[in-house]
Write a protein that binds this ligand. Structure first.
Ligand SMILES: Cc1cc2nc3c(=O)[nH]c(=O)nc-3n(C[C@H](O)[C@H](O)[C@H](O)COP(=O)(O)OP(=O)(O)OC[C@H]3O[C@@H](n4cnc5c(N)ncnc54)[C@H](O)[C@@H]3O)c2cc1C
Length: 478
């Protein structure tokens, strides 16, 4: 982007105030690189408005000057959409008010820059639950989670972000502020406009506030870890436990032995949950609200799973501290993996019935491309969502492995597509998966998306590099 016009800067300063406008390179730096250090960006200006109204005025000013914008929340996105490549960077980090909580209606209204953890804490003050749980929840914001339709570990029971949003406040690309902060659970009055912005990754507008659903806390929480031989046994175990506990299973996570080894090596105070070593593990959390369900029922369900050879062994956490230690093993896999060499990552979802066969077929195909690849596979099995991450073989140079990225990713995504799965289960498209959009989405769906973009953002000012083929060149430059 060319240098910003002086009269634009002056008007922006009037709208944003002295704290709201940053141009010093050292202050901009942390906003221009992401968690894994994969995407690096540039911007002539960081705008940090402290209210929805100021944000709307600023977007309107950008629209007058036809200046493109990249919205950013907590900068934890994994597909590069929040890292500007010359656009103005618009951060919600100063929109941090918990606006209102209604314990009787079980709703929470917050600014977009409130983190997932802060939202959960606000709900907990009233003994209620905001269930969207990500390992990045201390930094990821409500606005970012809405823009990416984030998932995480509680989706099995509570749904993803789309299921948790009752109303939205959004600044449109021309600067209009849409107040759609409804708290209604029923409202069949035409198109459900808020759905357009959920999962839109900042391409249609900037979310500035939201009304969210809260839930009653299940009175009894039980966490177990089980070791098993094969992924199909995990699918059987899920069906078995659902048969007994119905919707009371709140997490069902699959973890490969390689992932567990990485995390045990990474966390000095961590220890292997079971004495026996198996190729696969599951972490299951029950949120029991049925007074007839408790640890005895969980024990007995596990015993019968053991008898039916679905699992080899299992433990049940005896305290909150033990439950947290088990959860930490799952939550730290991404961090552990980061220090163990180059990775080629995939965030895929598949029909449950196809998972075991996919894992077998994909492993054989990848082994041919890069013998010795380490399979760091984990994910939200209950949702059919796997983080299918491949680590460089020991002894192979990182660059040599990464040179195979495109071939390997095409193999993985083709296999997923052939089994009616998705090449992006929860992280979105960003700039990382523009090629996949073209390859796997139907022409009709792509055309519909493009016409929505054209209608809401005719000058392509909101996150203009994302999603579509016209933006693909930028991806190569990143
Ligand atoms: C360790 C780790 C674990 C993770 N685990 C999960 C997981 O289990 N499930 C999951 O779904 N994701 C996960 N993520 C990804 C990430 O945390 C989520 O996508 C999160 O929702 C992004 O929120 P954010 O505030 O950081 O958004 P950012 O990274 O700042 O932005 C993400 C996208 O949303 C847009 N955006 C941000 N704020 C707004 C806004 N207010 N209005 C409009 N557009 C906006 C940006 O332009 C960008 O395209 C994980 C990330 C990390 C680092």
């Amino acid at each position: 982007m060319a240098e910003l016009p002086t009269n634009f800067i002056q008007q922006a300063r009037d709208i944003l105030g002295p704290k709201g406008l940053v141009q010093e390179p050292e202050q901009l730096a942390p906003f221009l690189t992401e968690w894994r250090d994969r995407w690096h960006g540039s911007t002539p200006l960081l705008a940090q408005p402290d209210s929805s109204q100021a944000l709307a005025e600023f977007v309107s000013l950008c629209a007058q000057f036809k200046l493109p914008i990249t919205p950013q929340g907590g900068n934890t996105g994994l597909v590069g959409g929040q890292v500007p490549q010359g656009e103005i960077l618009l951060s919600t980090r100063r929109l941090t008010k918990v606006r209102a909580i209604d314990p009787k209606a079980m709703t929470l209204q917050v600014d977009a820059g409130v983190t997932l953890q802060q939202a959960a804490e606000a709900a907990a003050e009233h003994d209620l639950l905001f269930p969207l749980e990500l390992a990045s929840g201390g930094s990821a914001t409500i606005g970012g989670a809405i823009a990416t339709n984030a998932g995480g570990m509680g989706v099995l029971r509570y749904g993803n972000m789309r299921d948790l949003v009752l109303g939205l406040e959004v600044v449109l690309p021309d600067g209009q502020l849409w107040d759609g902060l409804s708290s209604l659970r029923k409202d069949n009055t035409g198109y459900d406009v808020k759905q357009l912005f959920i999962g839109s990754e900042g391409t249609l507008g900037v979310v500035t506030g939201a009304t969210l659903r809260l839930f009653a806390r299940p009175p009894t929480q039980i966490t177990i870890w089980a070791g098993l031989e094969r992924p199909e046994h995990a699918v059987e175990l899920l069906a078995h436990l659902r048969g007994v506990f119905g919707e009371q299973i709140s997490k069902f996570e699959l973890i490969s032995e390689t992932s567990l080894e990485l995390v045990l090596d990474h966390m000095h105070d961590a220890r292997r949950p079971l004495q026996s070593q198996t190729p696969w593990h599951v972490l299951v959390e029950f949120g029991l609200s049925d007074p007839h369900s408790g640890p005895d029922q969980v024990f007995s369900a596990l015993e019968s799973a053991l008898d039916q050879q679905m699992i080899n062994d299992a433990i049940l956490a005896k305290s909150q501290a033990e439950a947290s230690a088990l959860l930490a093993l799952r939550e730290n896999i991404s961090a552990a993996q980061k220090s163990k060499g180059a990775a080629i990552k995939h965030d895929i979802s598949l029909p449950l019935a196809a998972i075991a066969e996919f894992l077998q077929t994909a492993a054989e195909a990848i082994e041919q491309q890069a013998p010795g690849t380490r399979f760091c596979i984990f994910g939200h099995l209950g949702d059919g969502n796997l983080h299918y991450n491949l680590l460089q073989p020991v002894g192979m140079a990182a660059q040599e492995f990464l040179a195979r990225r495109e071939t390997i990713t095409d193999i993985v995504h083709d296999l997923v597509h052939a089994r009616s799965g998705s090449f992006s289960a929860e992280h979105g498209i960003g700039i990382a998966k523009i090629g996949e959009m073209q390859r796997y989405k139907s022409p009709i769906e792509l055309a519909l998306m493009q016409s929505l973009k054209q209608t809401l953002d005719p000058d392509h000012l909101m996150n203009p590099r994302l999603w579509f083929e016209s933006a693909a060149q930028d991806k190569k430059d990143v």
